[in-house]
Design a protein around this ligand. Structure first.
Ligand SMILES: C[S@@+](CC[C@H](N)C(=O)[O-])C[C@H]1O[C@@H](n2cnc3c(N)ncnc32)[C@H](O)[C@@H]1O
Length: 278
């Protein structure tokens, strides 16, 4: 049952890869503060070997590459389509110390102690068993190696995304994601994230909140971007009749109107960033 769920979740992400390719620069802009906080915790040194897990278009690993040079940075994702996007972006930047791999963060197909640093931005909360994933992260770190991990905070602190999930859930009269299925708000507090990393055996674990407001050009631009990159809902929306999708859009945009003002749109978001040492 869990393996069927895993396969379905992995497929959801493969399905939204084209939208992540289109939106990669805007996504990195939205998450720039998170990347900076993660890299500040990771303290990457020249020559170190770095693994980014659940990399999507690879935003954090691409920032890490010049810091690790001449060390290698491996950008990895469970979806080959995402790893290909990250590879293309590394090539476009002329980075020569970056490679890509398909890796599942719940079962990392790498030897023990293979990396100096592991990075994972907005991935750990999406897996069926995050404690297992945290143990895998610790396992592939060499003794003294560092992990730096970010997850979205609680739904209430992330209306830029939560509003969409709520609007779909209201339309279907069911919570999205359903109970027992991981989603963007599955690890909603620093205590939970820090506890997972400590439970995996990491030491000196500490964390902080980082504001990550989303500033789309308009609420229409929000609708054009967010439902298309949201792994858990994109396929649902694609399978719904047009009038149902229209009702969801209307409900979500009415809710978000509070964040649109004369100087543009700014919808609050919050990430939790934590790191530790093996
Ligand atoms: C919300 S996106 C974040 C992408 C990227 N880290 C960023 O911050 O821009 C989540 C990513 O996690 C990947 N993912 C989901 N489950 C995974 C798993 N079990 N192992 C590795 N990657 C996974 C998805 O394919 C997707 O690229």
């Amino acid at each position: 049952m869990s393996d069927d769920l895993r396969a379905a979740l992995h497929q959801q992400w493969a399905g939204v890869a084209p939208a992540w390719s289109d939106g990669a620069d805007e996504i990195d802009e939205h998450n720039a503060g998170t990347a900076a906080a993660m890299l500040a915790l990771a303290k990457i040194r020249p020559g170190e070997r770095v693994l980014e897990l659940a990399c999507g278009p690879g935003g954090v690993g691409l920032e890490a590459a010049p810091l690790a040079d001449p060390g290698e940075v491996v950008l990895s994702d469970v979806a080959v389509e995402m790893a290909e996007i990250a590879a293309a972006r590394a090539a476009a930047r002329g980075l020569t110390n970056v490679t890509t791999r398909v890796l599942d963060l719940e079962a990392i197909d790498e030897p023990d102690a293979a990396y100096d640093v592991v990075l994972c931005r907005e991935g750990l909360m999406l897996v069926v068993d995050p404690a297992r994933a945290a143990r895998e992260i610790a396992r592939v770190l060499r003794p003294g190696g560092r992990a730096s991990i970010a997850v979205w905070g609680a739904r209430e602190r992330n209306p830029w995304l939560g509003t969409l999930f709520d609007a779909v859930g209201e339309q279907l009269s069911a919570p999205i994601p359903p109970p027992g299925v991981p989603g963007p708000f599955s690890l909603p507090s620093l205590d939970v994230l820090v506890g997972l990393l400590r439970g995996a055996g990491l030491e000196n674990v500490r964390g902080r909140e980082v504001d990550a407001p989303f500033r789309p050009r308009s609420l229409d631009a929000w609708w054009e971007r967010v439902p298309n990159i949201a792994g858990p809902v994109a396929k649902m929306l694609a399978g719904m009749p047009a009038d149902a999708v229209g009702a969801i859009r209307e409900r979500a945009i009415a809710e978000l109107a509070a964040y649109a003002g004369p100087h543009g749109v700014e919808i609050p978001g919050l990430t939790l960033v934590a790191g530790g040492r093996r």
